[in-house]
Design a protein. Sequence first.
Length: 250
Amino acid sequence: MAIDLEKMRAKQQTLENRGKKQDSNFWKPQDGEQVIRIVPTADGDPFKEYWFHYNLGRNPGFLSPYRNYDIPDSLNSFVRDLFREGTDDSIKMAKDLMARQRFFAPVLVRGEEDKGVRIWGFGKRVYETLLGLVLNPEYGDITDTETGTDLTLKYGKPEGAQFPETKLTPRRSTSPLCNDKLGGPEKCAELLESIPDFDTLFVRKTPAEVQIMLDEWLAEEPTGEPDVVKYDTEGTSSAVDKAYKELMTA
C-alpha cells in the first residue's frame, strides 16, 4: 500500500503549528522603549527560575534534570569531572556544558494586549532589579490587577557594548491591568486564565535521553577543540535558544 501523502502533509502541518504556538508564547524586547506589566500568577510567584544546558553538540537547549528536579544525570556528573580535572581545556569545556540559569515571567505588553499574556525571559541582573521593585514598599504589589505598576523597559546596545542591555523604570502612578477601554475586569480575568503553562514550555529530557546525547557527542571525531557549536534553532521549537545571548547578558 502506498504512503498516504495527505496524512503526511497533515502531520507536517501539525508540527509547524506547534512550533508557531510555541514561539507565540514568548516575548522578546525590541530595540527602543516598551511598556510592560508583570502579570500575577495563581501561586503568588510570577518569577520562574530554570536551568538549561546548551552546547551539547547540535542538540537544542534543554532543562537540566539535576538542577531543576534534583534527578542525577550523566551530563551533570561529566561536567563535575571536567572541573575536577582542572586543566584549561577541561574547565573551558565544563563551562560550555554546565547548566545556565534563566528567569521568566508572564507579561502583558502595552499596545499589544490583543496578543495576550506572553513569557519574557531575562538574566540575573534584570531579575535582581525586579526583586528590588517588588520588595520596595513604595511600589507595593506591582502585579496587582487594580493598583499595580507598569514598567518602562528600554532595550538596546549602548555604543561600544558587545551585547544589548535592559533598563527598567516603574511608572510614577499605578494603573489597572485592564482599564475599561481594554474590557475591564472581564478581560482581566480572561488574560489571567491565558497565562501559558510553564511546565509545557521547555524541552525536558530524561536521564536516559541525556546519556544518549552525551554518548553521541563524545563519540564525535575530535578536532582539537571541544565541539561546542550551538544548535541553530531558526525555525525550530524553542524560543529560549533564539534569545540565548540576550539572556546571558541581560
